[in-house]
Each structure stands twice: as C-alpha cells, then as structure tokens.
Design a protein around this ligand. Structure first.
Ligand code: A3P
Length: 322
C-alpha cells in the first residue's frame, strides 16, 4: 500500500503534503482536502477543475453523493434535456450505446483527470451537462455565483448508501488487495471518512443552498425517485426550464424517458454488461440491486443504533431527514 502512495506524481504529493489523513477504503489513505475526504489523484483533478473550469449560463450540473443514484439521474437528465435531438423512444438513442457517465462526464474523473492540458469544453453542444461529487462549498464561483448554471443534486438514505458503497468498493478493488471488512468500512463511514464525506456535510451543504436558492439547486432523494419517478422527472424538467408540454405528456414522452433510464433496461444493455469506465471499473458494477432498504440484510442492531445516532446528531434542526 505504501508503494502505491509513493507512485503519485510530484504535483500530487505536493498537494497532499500537509493534509490530515485517515485509512482509505480502497487507497492507502484518504486526505482531508477543503473539509472533505478524498483520494490523492482526485484532489489533483479537483484543484485543476476549480482553477480552470469556465461555466456557462446554460450549463447543468448533476451533483451527487457517491452511490446514491448518480448514474440514474445523469441518464434521466440527459434524456430530458436532449429530447429534441434524440427521441427517447427511438431505437438509436445515445443511452442505448453509451453509459450515462460517458454522456455526462465527471469533472474529477474524466474532464480534469489527466495531466495533459486543461480541456477545451467550449465546443460541447449546449446545454452542457456535467457531473461531480464535489461538495457545494468547493464548487468554483464560476458555477455558484457568476453564471446561472443549474445544479440538480441527489442523495440517498445513508443506510443504503453505505451498503452500496461497501459493495462497490470491494467489487472494483484490484484482485491483489484484500477485501475491506464491513465493520471497518462502517466505522470509517460513521466518522465521516468516506469519499467526499462526511456524508452529512455533503448533504447539508446542498440542502441549505436548495432552500436559500431554490432556482439554483434542486435537491432530490433516491427514495423519492423510486417512489414516483414520473413526478420527480417532471420536477427536474420544470426546474431546468424545459417543462414537458401537455402534448408531450399526452404522447407518453415522460414514460419513454423513465423506461429508457430504468434499472431493468439499463442493466441489460450490452454497453453496461460488457463496457468499462476507462480503466477504473466495469460498468456492470454500477447496477447492483437498485432497491430501497437492502441495508436490513447487512446491518447488525448495534450498527443501526450507531448510524441512527450519528444521523440524529448531524441532521438535527436542519429539516433534512430520511
Ligand atoms: P445499489 O448498490 O443499492 O443497488 P451511483 O449511480 O451513484 O453509483 O449509485 C449506484 C446505485 O444506484 C446502486 O444501488 C445501483 O444499483 C443503483 N442504480 C443504478 N442505476 C439505476 C437505475 N437506472 N435506477 C435505479 N437505481 C439505479
């Protein structure tokens, strides 16, 4: 593990030099950068993004807690915003050929992840749609203050998010490294030590902004999408100033998008069964169960008690609950 850390670029080492660190879930350490926990290579990418990204008024940002429905929300938003170019019911929709993370690129994993020159994003077709896990407080002013960029945020019940994260971590780890035991992952999680965590700060940051600036940030929960995705999709479209017309609703456009982006449909696509996300992981790991409440199969009573207490303490008085 220490050797892995030694292989980091000089630039990366310089950035993390004086940062507090804790054991990581799948890298030797996570570092506390601007108040959130991150891997060294992510920190380098994020700092490049913060320095160079120029937002446009028409941009849309999908901001999420890892493992809380990012893939789903990216697909839904892409299909909705681009519905006049790509009919959601057509047999050659881009979402049938590409994973949502390729159509809605992450700042920190795709656009600013290489050491090459800063990417020229000015030619991307508008509206440009980007993805990020970066907390609200660390988004650049270009997004937050200087432009009308809209932010759609999603998070999920921390119990299920934890289970999903733990499975994902163990699926994408190199075969040579040992599995992370659930107890160990859980202790880190409750201390806030998880990628882009503490999860409560992440959620509260976007939550507060969505209350102060409801036209800037739309706050969604995975559970609400599961309960009534048609309704939530209409909210998203309205928020993004492209509401479905009565005619579209009558023609079943909402249903077509929902079906195209459904877990059942996406999981079975060739690109999601066989494709990979760069050299990072296989797309199939993005589609596990897609259910609410799977945590009951993994939590002991003492884990339930502990996380409940953490959540009570952190969300107390905020108006946010799960
Ligand atoms: P589970 O591990 O509980 O199954 P993310 O996209 O942020 O990485 O989140 C992954 C979680 O969303 C996984 O949860 C995954 O199964 C679920 N998911 C992926 N695509 C989905 C979809 N189209 N509809 C509903 N859930 C989906």
């Amino acid at each position: 593990l220490e050797i892995e850390e030694e292989q980091l670029s000089q630039e990366c080492k310089k950035l993390i030099l004086n940062l507090p660190r804790e054991k990581g879930w799948r890298t030797p350490y996570l570092y506390l950068y601007q108040g959130f926990w991150c891997q060294p290579t992510e920190i380098l990418a994020i700092s490049t993004f913060q320095k160079h990204f120029q937002a446009k008024d028409t941009d849309v940002l999908i901001a999420t807690v890892p493992k809380s429905g990012t893939t789903w929300l990216k697909a839904l938003t892409f299909a909705t915003l681009k519905r006049n170019y790509y009919s959601p019911a057509s047999g050659n929709h881009p979402l049938l050929e590409s994973n949502p993370h390729n159509l809605v690129p992450f700042f920190e994993y795709t656009l600013y992840s290489t050491k090459e020159n800063v990417p020229d994003l000015s030619d991307l077709s508008e509206p440009r749609i980007f993805g990020t896990h970066v907390p609200f407080a660390s988004l650049p002013n270009s997004i937050v203050k200087d432009t009308k960029t809209k932010i759609v945020y999603i998070c999920r019940n921390p119990f299920d998010t934890f289970v999903s994260s733990w499975f994902f971590t163990n699926k994408i780890k190199p075969a040579s490294s040992p599995e992370l035991p659930i107890e160990e992952a859980f202790d880190l999680y409750c201390k806030g030590v998880v990628g882009y965590g503490p999860f409560w700060d992440h959620m509260l940051g976007y939550w507060k902004e969505s209350i102060e600036r409801p036209n800037k940030v739309l706050f969604l929960k995975y559970e609400d999408l599961k309960e009534d995705v048609n309704l939530q999709l209409k909210r998203v479209a309205m928020f993004l100033d492209c509401p479905f017309t009565l005619e579209e609703e009558n023609c079943g456009v909402v249903e077509s998008i929902v079906k195209l982006c459904s877990f059942e449909n996406m999981k079975e696509l060739e690109v999601n069964k066989k494709g990979t996300f760069g050299r990072n992981f296989e797309n199939k790991f993005l589609f596990r169960k897609g259910e609410i409440g799977d945590w009951v199969n993994y939590f002991t009573p003492s884990m339930v008690e502990k996380l409940t207490k953490v959540m009570e303490e952190k969300f107390c008085g905020s108006g946010l609950s799960f």
